[in-house]
Structures are given as structure tokens and as C-alpha cells.
Design a protein around this ligand. Sequence first.
Ligand code: PLP
Length: 368
Amino acid sequence: MTLSRRDLLTASALLMAQPAAAWRAAASEPAAAGGGKPIILCWNENPYGPSPAARAAASACIGASCRYPDDELKPLIEALAAREGVGTDQIVTGTGSGELLRALGMLYARDGGEIVAAQPTYAELTRYAQGCGAKLGFVPVDRELRHDLAAMRAAVSARTRAVYLCNPNNPTGTALPAADIRAFVASLPASVTTIVDEAYLDFVVGPGVASVADLTRGEHRVVVLRTFSKIHGMAGIRCGYAIARAEVAKELAAARMTTPNVFAVRAARASLGDQAFLADCRRRILASRVRITTELARLKLRYAEPQGNFVFFDTGMPLKHFTELMRARNILVGRRFAPYENWCRITIGTESEVDAFLAALPAVSGRA
Ligand SMILES: Cc1ncc(COP(=O)(O)O)c(C=O)c1O
């Protein structure tokens, strides 16, 4: 597939217009009260990272950074292919999975293509696709704030090019069993691509929730996305990848704009091998998740079943007010996700950050 000049201009204009930018600027400012750097619990980052091995690898490669990283990519792609049990021609790396989501959005937006997605869900793909001319079919999540697969299937029309499933879903945190995704994919026309974003899969505990990367070896067009920004704690280094059937992978590779730099490639390779670090992050984040939900239950604040490194809960008041009260205590929490006007997404930070959040919550929510 070749991209026109118009595609590229649209894409670069979209890259410059990130709606989250104002919020991000606030995170770099001191909080309103209390002074010092705020506690940042709004970006679903993993504050324990990068792993010791990734830090050492990234620090050691400054001397190699005068070279283009093309030869460096090959061993990373081989490691990812071996990990996923697929061929190297089925792996596409990107500067974060966000870049690959945008590239997919652009691909399926062509000629006014239609994309079906949950509401609310992670907006990287849908927002970018919309800017590229896609028609979006948003399907509300169900009462438990899960993807409503039956309604999403019903929303698929003859014009639908792709369906985006975020599993676990950001911002709700809920997850779908792999068997439900498999049945959903099998029910779709062969022309429709299912994009399964597994950014948070490493934090899942639910029975039956698992990767569907093996579907990329089957008949249907399935793209699975992974990132080094979450369990690997490398959000600032920017590395992600997609797994897809070879011809779909080829289309995606042609549509992306950049590939990971040498620091990202070497850090990612090292992090894949640092199993002790990954297990420790999972253990600590899951333990903090239980502490948060236990306190929410005690305060009788409703929450969606969390399967990621964040919790989505009903604050019982307009989110803006809750956010201001937390900010006055030096804590930055997640922004608004329509139509959940009172709900907040809180990222699971370090244990001491979670302590600070839990200490503030009773008074802020007025349920002490
Ligand atoms: C569901 C989901 N997918 C992808 C991403 C993007 O991750 P990356 O840092 O790899 O671009 C995020 C980031 O928050 C996310 O929440």
C-alpha cells in the first residue's frame, strides 16, 4: 500500500494536536498546594521501571547511537517472534504501540472506512482515524463497564473495515475472556480486521482472560498490540509492537512513520529477559490494586472490576471537583472519560503513592 501526500499531511497535523497536552503540562507543574512534584497517578505508567537490565542496556549504548538502528532491530524482532510463537514477518515494531494504533487508524480510515469501538475506550486509534476521515461506530460498554460484544457485532456493517477491542479496556479496566473474543472474531466477515490491544494484559488475574495472539495465525484478519510502556515500565523510551498475519503486518509496517531508536531496542531486549523485575512489578501492582478496591468497597464507592494497573471508580461527585480536591493534596488523578462524568481513573503508583492516595480518599470523597 502507498500513502498519498494528503495522508501524510493529515497524519502529521494530527500528531501535533494531542488533546491530552494541556493535562500533561499540568503534570509537570508543581501542585496547587503542598509544593514539590505532584504524585502522578494519571497516565497508567509503571513507576518501578525501567528494569535494572533495561537501564544498564540503555545506558551502555550511547556509543552505538551514531549508527542507524536497523541492524539492532533484527534481534529484537527475533526475540519477539520467538516469544509470541510467530514468524518474524508477523512482528511490526513501533515507537510505542500508540504509533501503530495511529497507523492502523489511518489505514482503515481510507475512503471513509468505518471502525467500530467501545465507548469509552483508549482513544489513540479512534481519534486519529476520525481525523483521517473514518466513520466511527461507538458502542457503549455494558452495565459492568465491559465491552458489549453482542452490540458491537450488531454495529458491524458492510462498510466496517475494523473493530478495536482494548483488553483489558482503558479506562474501565475490565477484561474479556479470550473465548468471547475468539467467538466474536469467528463471527465477523473475513474482510473486517479485529485489532486487539493487549497493553495491560500482564496485570490480568481473571479466569479465561488471555492473549489471542495465536489468532494471527488463523484465517481472520487480527492484529494484536503490545507495549513496553506498562509492565516493562518504559513509557518514556517508546517501544511497542504488533503481531499480525504477514500481509497485514506488511501493510502496517508501510503505514508507520518511525521505528524504535537504539536505546529503545536494546532496553526492550534486556527487559524481556528480566523476569524477576517483571514478576516483582506485577506482584506489587496487584497487591496495591487490592488495597485500593478494598478501600473503595469500604467507602461504598462503586468501581469497575480492575484488570490493569489502574482502577476506574465512581467518585460520587463531578470529576472536576474530585480532581481539584486531589490536586490540592498534591495528587494528580485521571481526566474525564465521557459519559462517566463522576468516574475517575486512578493509576496504581508506588506503594507510598498509593498510601498518599488512600490517605486522602476518605476526606476528599466525603465518606471518612
Ligand atoms: C490501551 C492502551 N494501548 C496503547 C497505549 C499506548 O502505549 P504506548 O506507550 O506503547 O504508545 C496505551 C497508553 O496508555 C493504552 O492505554
